[in-house]
Design a protein around this ligand. Sequence first.
Ligand code: ZN
Length: 332
Amino acid sequence: MKEIYPWQKNDWARLQELSKRPPHALLFKGAKGIGKFDLAMNFALSLLCQQPDESGFACGKCSSCHWFEQDSHPDFRLLQSELLSLDGEESDSGKKPSKQISVDQIRGLADFIGMSAHQGGRRVVIIHPAEAMNTNAANALLKNLEEPPQGLLFILVSHKPQQLLPTILSRCLSFTLPAPDMESATQWLAGQGVKNPVEALAASGFSPLQAVQLDEKLGSEERDKLLRAVRQPAALDVFALAEALQKTEQALVVQWLQQWCYDLSSMKLSGKLRYHIGEEATIKKLVEPLAPLSLALLQKHLQMAKREAQHTLNPKLFLESLLFSYCQFVQK
Ligand SMILES: [Zn+2]
């Protein structure tokens, strides 16, 4: 939580300047997927922390930091659309989660705004994304922005500020977050395990956080391909699969296969699964005729393959050999 993204160092320094005399309302604006919300959360945390370090980062140890971690800070409120709060899951009522921030959510702040601060006088409300407020919600918020209570900071996070009411815009100090510089963004992506950071960054429209998601999506499609095939080793077309996966990072393919084989062993020995929950019937059937020893040997084989995967010259050949071994071990 304490970490900011490497391309946000300047933004952080600017915020530290601002925090000496914070305005009543800040508008964090900038492209989607560059970490505006995370920066806002970090800034809120640092404003509320009782002992921030000299760079302004929260200590992570005080009661304020602790409350924040637990989502129970009495001087902090986060307003998001239901869709974001539920992370895309269905709500309890089974209804589709709303994309909007409702007027009731803004009105729900009344008690909070009316109270005085628990700690040191500072309080923070983050609204994310601000453009999710419908007109009624925006008008309700406006009242609060017109008569701001002492020590309360509103942070509106938005990548579509043009959709906000001009009356709201005029009451917020605009804080523009520039697009990340290429170097720190690609370095960060590489650190996240993204295979082709430059391409991923470009494909995502220079939004590092979206680049990671994009990359995961690409990865999962190939993973599905592999998992569909290994379920039926007797019907596995080694050459076709090796061809289909040859552009995927070899170590990643081995890792997926290791997780699969971990579950085969685990099923054989304890009847439990770790990675492929829901595949019980398939895996049970697959391991039934197998000796625990051949599964153990297969895992050992994969460990060696993992090391080899770092420096293979011919991915296709490497995968063919890997898949043939798999088929041999599980069809004994
Ligand atoms: Zn702290």
